[in-house]
Design a protein around this ligand. Structure first.
Ligand code: C2E
Ligand code: CA
Ligand code: CA
Ligand code: CA
Length: 279
């Protein structure tokens, strides 16, 4: 038993060491990635259920790593948060997203809203209203074409600060969406407190919505609640037509997911928007 125990600890140490090493490697590479222009913003369309048109798109960062290939944000955003690099990445994504939305409008391709994810670290450490105001001024993007996606758990870290921050962002004229809605703590009391415009139902509730009665009931309740508070309700992770039809029936306002399109490069998104104008 002693031998086994010792062995297990050794395995554990090796695993931990590998993880730490990976973490450090990624962190080092990420610092360089910004300078080497390896980060890129992709866009995933959101379709308005009533007009059936793309009226907004979520900006999702991608990393073209020179040796590891395309790395998903779920693999590096938390590392970027821990090291503070997220500040720089966040500013980059915000600027690129606003520039792109302005370009689509200027080129007469489409006038759509871009939704940019904001992390907990950005809420804690940055003057977000200032950064957002600066980018809007710099890119000349109308403020109603920018939406920020924030999670409840990020806002929860400091309730009074969060309320003040949201009030300032609201005054700038940008929209606020509560991301991953339903997965955080005691959502309901915050809805009264936070000046938000939209609820984004977490993908985990959408996945089995057509087979699990409970999931349908939860999604239905979120939509009714959102609408009674005059909020727009968005569903993410819609992968098939059955999910889409059910969400439509339940009164969901916007749909996002692989069934419409995967996150696309700016060029591919431009192509998709162009096709839409021809309808
Ligand atoms: P999120 O904000 O919940 O973004 C939605 C995620 O779901 C995206 O993953 C998207 O590609 C994926 N998705 C969309 N439709 C479907 C679908 O139909 N099925 C499935 N299975 N997945 C779908 P992605 O791009 O890998 O991003 C993961 C997370 O990383 C995001 O989750 C967000 O929390 C974070 N993230 C991405 N870009 C940024 C960024 O620029 N800044 C910050 N702070 N976080 C970001
Ligand atoms: Ca999001
Ligand atoms: Ca989400
Ligand atoms: Ca999510």
């Amino acid at each position: 038993a002693k031998y086994l125990g010792g062995n297990n600890i050794q395995f554990y140490n090796v695993a931990l060491q590998n993880q730490t090493q990976y973490h450090m490697e990624i962190e080092g590479d990420l610092r360089k990635a910004m300078q080497n222009h390896e980060l890129e913003v992709f866009f995933q369309p959101k379709v308005n259920v009533h007009t059936k048109r793309i009226e907004s798109a979520e900006a999702l960062v991608r990393w073209r790593h020179p040796s590891r290939g395309l790395i998903s944000p779920s693999e590096f955003i938390h590392i970027a948060e821990d090291s503070g690099l997220i500040a720089e990445i966040g500013k980059f994504v915000l600027l690129k997203s606003c520039q792109q939305a302005k370009k689509w409008a200027d080129d007469d391709i489409a006038t759509i809203t871009v939704s940019v994810n904001v992390s907990a670290h950005q809420l804690r450490h940055e003057n977000l209203p200032q950064a957002v105001g600066d980018v809007l001024k710099r890119t000349k993007l109308p403020e109603n074409q920018l939406e920020l996606e924030l999670t409840e758990s990020a806002l929860m870290e400091n309730l009074s600060a969060a309320t003040a921050l949201l009030t300032k962002l609201c005054a700038l004229g940008v929209s606020i969406s509560l991301d991953d809605f339903g997965t955080g703590y005691s959502s309901l009391s915050h809805l009264k407190l936070f000046p938000v415009d939209a609820l984004k139902i977490d993908r985990s509730f959408i996945r089995d919505i057509t087979s699990k009665q409970e999931d349908e009931a939860i999604v239905n309740a979120i939509i009714v609640l959102g609408h009674s508070l005059n909020l727009k309700v968005i569903a993410e992770g819609v992968e098939n037509i059955k999910q889409l039809e059910l969400l439509e029936r339940l009164g969901c306002d916007e749909i996002q997911g692989y069934f419409i399109a995967k996150p696309l490069s700016a060029a591919d998104m431009t192509h998709m928007l162009k096709q839409q104008t021809e309808f």
